[in-house]
Write a protein of this length. Structure first.
Length: 54
């Protein structure tokens, strides 16, 4: 779970870099991907914290 959380964070970082540097012509798609990775991060973080509480 820790590796998945780290990879999700890194993916979010690079998507934000692409967005902020305006390296993509597909801003609508990029924003969808950012929303998805944020949801994935929330799910994985919750699962990780639930796992370590036990």
């Amino acid at each position: 779970m820790c590796i998945v959380a780290e990879e999700a964070d890194e993916s979010e970082y690079w998507l934000e870099v692409i967005r902020d540097a305006e390296l993509s012509n597909e801003m609508k798609q990029l924003n969808k991907l950012l929303a998805e990775i944020m949801e994935i991060s929330k799910i994985v973080t919750k699962a990780k914290s639930s796992t370590y509480k036990k």
